[in-house]
Design a protein. Sequence first.
Length: 229
Amino acid sequence: MNTLVLWDIDLTLIDARGLGHGWYRTALRSALGLDLVHTPSFPGRTERAITMELLTAHDVRPTDELISRLHAELIAVATAEKDLLSVRGKALPGALAAVEALAGRADVVQSLVTGNLVEIARYKLAAFGLDAHLDWEIGGYGSVSEHRPELVLEAVRLASAKHGAEFRAVVIGDTPHDVHAALAHDAVAIGVATGRSTAEELVEAGAHVVLADLADTAAVLAAVLASED
């Protein structure tokens, strides 16, 4: 059976901390004329969940129309400031080598399960040459649901429909949210302790494998392909 590798982005493949908060501040002001007062927690959460909490915290009912409007403004500001990603952000150690190594295998398909909107995900990964080896048509993105497990389900569904085959799914991320999303659909959960969660917290969440980072390409491949045994 082929393997579907579903990467998280922020603090798994790249570090662009700080930009997201600024983009939300600009988007909220542009969309609703409001100043950002309450900042939701970002790690491991979907854009839809963050947006719903943000609107509620600012005494605005999070209707689908307002969520879409705020997302449109987020995309607009990210488009205007995408060049800042390569200046203020960085690819994490081993990220590019790991993606490229997996891309060299005929039995592996790579995509994303990320809280980001697809447009912003593209900007973040393209800034560091990480976009070329991913299948963007079959990812689970942050507009799908406020519940991260739904993103895994969507990615697996799209991959199976496109390729006409079943996949063994492997989710790689830096938070317990990533681990829980994988486990909810019997996917292999690989935790990477490059974010705010410790290795111990990822183990506690139920990760099958926890890596300190992606720097050891052989270790990444071993963790991903061990699911085939």
